[in-house]
Design a protein around this ligand. Structure first.
Ligand code: ADP
Ligand code: MN
Ligand code: MN
Ligand code: MN
Length: 357
């Protein structure tokens, strides 16, 4: 490991992380900031107090995270979900927290508050989601990770699910992240190398209701923290490079109880009809700069038109081939960009298809 200021001495750190903690644990509160990024800070708690009921409501300076004005800068952190901490190990925990203003209203960046209400209303239909999170790794100097200095790798083709030197970039980071997720309790369901070199994907799900947003955000946090140890940046931009390179999406797979059993196709088709009528409303919350990605090329449907089809990767909504063959299962909304807030995407899908908004 290099000794630059931005890479860790993981070998030295390991001996300190192995020390006993004297009955105390570290609780790392993680929250979404005002720029769709993640922040965190740590507090010591007694081991016995590391439960959802006993963890305290904490606060932070929202004027430093684009979440509050300087004259009224306290923003509150209310614990929402607990995961194990793969960096500190032991009984240490990660606490995903929702942000609230000093008057008790949800912060303007807190989309979980609304999503939770929506999911509670739709509970009986058991909405399941699986999100395919695509992302791109970058060197600290701004070039895609592992690309030839000042140049480009060969055109797309050998990289998707690739094996072999020159075809995959950063596999060690990706493997470390996968295990970190499993340890933490994040419902990660797989990984693959993507079409553009140094672009990867992980999938989280199936998750029911609000859990989708919680687990995806925590998986992202783990990814940026793992990559930090390698001195590598993670980009969630939907079109990190112009030109003949694939963009990055967050395909959102979705089903209800009725869709998952025999006769489910009828319910899948009904949901698609409802989604077609609210294309514009959905696109509005399906990520910034998504128009750069949804061009109708590079395995996307054009941002301005709604389309659907079995096994069609150029459509807004795809019914996977195996679902079409069986007659029940789930649908895949291919429109969401890699930089979505999953709370917004999952809640609008439920509002449109179940709550008939
Ligand atoms: P693709 O073929 O589009 O690359 P992936 O295998 O990458 O698909 O991702 C499929 C996602 O769908 C996974 O996250 C998985 O958990 C999720 N999934 C599987 N079954 C269901 C279901 N019944 N409802 C919602 N999501 C599902
Ligand atoms: Mn996939
Ligand atoms: Mn993909
Ligand atoms: Mn997909």
């Amino acid at each position: 490991m290099s000794s630059s200021a931005t890479t860790y001495h993981n070998d030295l750190l390991a001996s300190y992380l192995a020390l006993p903690q004297g009955g105390k644990i570290q609780a790392e509160y993680v929250w979404i900031d005002g720029d769709n990024g993640l922040r965190s800070k740590t507090t010591t708690v007694d081991k016995a107090d590391a439960t959802f009921e006993k963890l305290r409501i904490w606060d932070f300076d929202g004027s430093s995270t684009n979440q509050a004005p300087g004259h009224d800068s306290d923003v509150y952190l209310r614990p929402a979900a607990i995961f194990k901490d793969p960096f500190r190990g032991g009984d240490n925990i990660l606490v995903l927290a929702e942000t609230y203003n000093s008057d008790g209203t949800p912060n303007m960046t807190n989309f979980r508050h609304h999503a939770k209400k929506v999911m509670d209303l739709a509970k009986d239909t058991e909405p399941w989601f699986g999100i395919e999170q695509e992302y791109t790794l970058f060197d600290l100097d701004g070039a895609p990770f592992g690309w030839p200095k000042g140049g480009f790798p060969g055109p797309q083709g050998p990289y998707y699910c690739g094996a072999g030197a020159g075809k995959v970039f950063g596999r060690d980071i990706i493997e470390a992240h996968y295990r970190a997720c499993l340890y933490a309790g994040v419902k990660i369901s797989g990984i693959n190398a993507e079409v553009m070199p140094s672009q990867w994907e992980f999938q989280v799900g199936p998750c029911e209701g609000i859990e989708m947003g919680d687990h995806l955000w925590m998986a992202r946090f783990l990814l940026v923290r793992v990559a930090e140890q390698w001195g590598v940046k993670v980009s969630f931009h939907p079109k990190p490079l112009q030109g003949d390179w694939n963009g990055a999406g967050a395909h959102t797979n979705y089903s209800t109880k009725a869709m998952r059993v025999e006769g489910g196709m009828k319910h899948i088709e009904e949901a698609i009809e409802k989604l077609a009528k609210r294309h514009t409303e959905h696109i509005a919350v399906y990520g910034e700069d998504n128009e750069l990605r949804l061009t109708g090329r590079h395995e996307t449907g054009h941002i301005g038109t709604f389309s659907s089809g079995v096994a069609n990767r150029g459509a807004s909504i795809r019914i996977p081939r195996h679902v079409g063959a069986k007659g029940y299962g789930y649908l895949e909304d291919r429109r969401p960009a890699s930089n979505i807030d999953p709370y917004r995407v999952t809640s609008i899908i439920v509002e449109t298809t179940i709550l008939d908004k």
